[in-house]
Design a protein around this ligand. Structure first.
Ligand SMILES: *Cc1c(COP(=O)(O)O)cnc(C)c1O
Length: 391
């Protein structure tokens, strides 16, 4: 007898492939195996035209021109290309980069690499709900600033940032604005109008395949970018390497579905998320929620809860029936609490006793109820064990 797999509530880490996306990809994994850069024969032409169609579709969803979409292996690579590529290309004009303390590692680490190259990096603190304000970005700018990078939606606490206003502020001053939109694109309204210079996207966060993404690179006014990968000169020289044709076709299919279903889905995910929070809170005291309240300021389907009086490391290891991520998600090996929760001012033990839940397209009410019941039971048990230790 095989154990049932845990309920998957970790949709900020990745999403399952939508079967409709798989259907769109299959021909490009089988007979249509051409290299999109082989323009001497029909195999290559077919691949090239599929890539062109995907590029147009993704550009349209962004409000961009097709030539402004550069395919990459995902948002990590896009963030690296945007931050390292822009800073190195624009170095003559200044050497100061502004970003926020709640960015994904794939933004913070390239920024750290820049400081080793002699750039100065300022981390803007978020407000108590994890949001980055235009005022705090403005206060960090100096006459040496060349680049500002602020994520559109936070992957841990779901905060949506006012990137339109931050982009406008940067455009006014002639600064490049980059946003990591891996969580936002396909989930909340997102476009590159109004001064976004660079935007990172990832297919596997919106029910597309892993290992494919894109970087939006504004062409008017042109955003200078030094490539990181050198080779065959693909993607207008910005990203060499044979294109992942099935991945790119799948990415476009995922975007097409998201455009059609995003609004209704956001509503349904909001209800599921609230159902989960209500069920847990109805049975437990000492539960605090992190990030903005459920609603228009929050990524649909995301819930971050901290449980007072519980040992964080035991919390995650005891939850056998629910796949969620802990308050030390991205650095599990080190056991360090999440830098995002710490930036929100959570004390270390509470940050460690935090769970991030993310419901998704295929999550049912029954799964939410099952997960809530297990969380309640585990937290109760850990708390009563603490009590008996104290007696
Ligand atoms: C998942 C994620 C990334 C990394 O994307 P990959 O495509 O897996 O490299 C970067 N930023 C944010 C906000 C994410 O959620």
């Amino acid at each position: 007898m095989s154990r049932r797999r845990p309920v998957y509530l970790d949709h900020q880490a990745t999403t399952p492939l939508d079967p409709r996306v798989l259907q769109a990809m299959l021909p490009w994994l089988m007979g249509e195996f051409g290299n999109a850069a082989s323009l001497q024969h029909a195999y290559g032409w077919a691949a090239e035209s599929a890539v062109n169609a995907a590029r147009e579709e993704i550009a349209e969803a962004l409000g961009a021109a097709p030539r402004e979409v550069v395919f990459t292996s995902g948002a990590t690579e896009s963030n690296n290309l945007a931050i390292l590529g822009f800073a190195r290309a624009a170095r003559r004009t200044g050497a100061h980069v502004v970003t926020s303390a709640v960015e994904h590692r794939a933004v913070l680490d390239p920024c750290r690499a820049l400081s080793a190259e002699g750039f100065e990096v300022t981390l803007v603190p978020p407000d108590r709900e994890g949001r980055v304000s235009p005022e705090s970005v403005e206060a960090a700018l100096t006459d040496r600033t060349i680049l500002v990078s602020v994520m559109a939606a936070n992957n841990e606490v779901g905060a949506l940032n006012p990137i339109g206003r931050i982009a406008a502020l940067c455009a006014e001053r002639g600064l490049a604005f980059h946003t990591d939109a891996a969580q936002a694109f396909g989930k909340v309204p997102f476009g590159v109008g109004g001064g976004v210079a660079l935007a990172s996207l990832s297919a596997h966060k919106l029910y597309g395949p892993k290992g494919v993404g894109a970087l939006f690179v504004r062409s008017r006014p042109r955003v200078p970018l030094a490539p990181i990968l050198h080779g065959g000169g693909h993607e207008r020289g910005l990203r060499s390497g044979t294109l992942n044709v099935p991945g790119i076709v799948g990415f476009a299919a995922a975007v097409r579905i998201a455009r059609r279903e995003r609004e209704a889905e956001a509503e349904r995910l909001g209800r599921l998320r609230d159902r989960l929070e209500t069920a847990i809170r109805a049975s437990l005291d000492g539960v605090t929620s992190n990030g903005p309240p459920s609603g228009p300021d929050r990524l649909p389907g995301n819930l971050s809860l901290s449980f007072a009086g519980v040992d964080g490391s035991r919390l995650v290891s005891s939850l056998r029936g629910v796949a969620v991520s802990s308050g030390s998600a991205c650095t599990t090996a080190s056991g360090e609490p999440s830098h995002v929760l710490r930036a929100l001012g959570l004390p270390e033990p509470l940050a460690k006793a935090t769970l991030r839940f993310g419901v998704g397209r295929f999550t049912s009410e029954g799964q939410v109820d099952e997960a809530a019941a297990e969380v309640v039971a585990v937290v109760r048990r850990l708390r009563s064990e603490n009590e008996s230790l104290r007696d």
